[in-house]
Design a protein around this ligand. Structure first.
Ligand code: AMP
Length: 151
């Protein structure tokens, strides 16, 4: 089969593309929902990782999950935000990657997720792999191909 992309492109490692953990906004399992909503609103993200004190990944919290958890029958019960913990509401079924995984696996995962967490063998968050980063890389590669093979 003819190779469309360069070796350099297909040999990219997940480590090269990930946003490192120290730059990833997150919340802790024991934080209340008010804090989580504050983090999500301030950062402008709709989802962030949930970690424990050892920075191990336990789930993801989203604005949608928070709002859904405080929906009453007739109104949104904002007062519940202070008493409910992130760990009660977070999504625990999270796809994850390892830095040694093939980045094609990562590419497949971001079809259905806007970002995927990368953890080490102890479950500690090492970074995230986002749709934006991979789309930027793909766009750059397509521009290179276009310039190499003009019409
Ligand atoms: P993007 O592809 O940059 O739009 O990012 C997709 C999603 O990844 C965002 O909506 C966030 O949920 C998450 N994300 C991206 N960058 C960060 C970050 N620095 N910290 C936490 N979450 C992030």
């Amino acid at each position: 089969m003819t190779k469309v992309f360069s070796e350099e492109f297909t040999n990219i490692s997940i480590k090269d593309l990930m946003i490192p953990a120290d730059k990833v906004a997150h919340v802790q399992m024991g934080n209340n929902l008010e804090h989580a909503l504050l983090v999500l609103t301030k950062t402008g993200y709709t989802a962030v990782p949930v970690l424990d004190a050892q920075y191990r990944l336990h789930g993801l919290i989203t604005t949608n999950l928070i709002m859904d958890s405080i929906l009453g029958l007739e109104r949104i019960e904002f007062e519940r935000l202070q008493n409910m913990k992130v760990e009660e509401v977070m999504n625990k079924d999270v796809s994850r990657l390892n830095v040694s995984d093939d980045w094609m696996k990562a590419l497949k995962l971001v079809i259905n997720h806007t970002f995927v967490c990368i953890t080490n063998e102890d479950g500690v968050l090492e970074g995230i792999f986002t749709r934006r980063v991979i789309l930027k890389k793909l766009h750059k590669q397509l521009m290179i191909l276009n310039s190499r093979f003009p019409k």
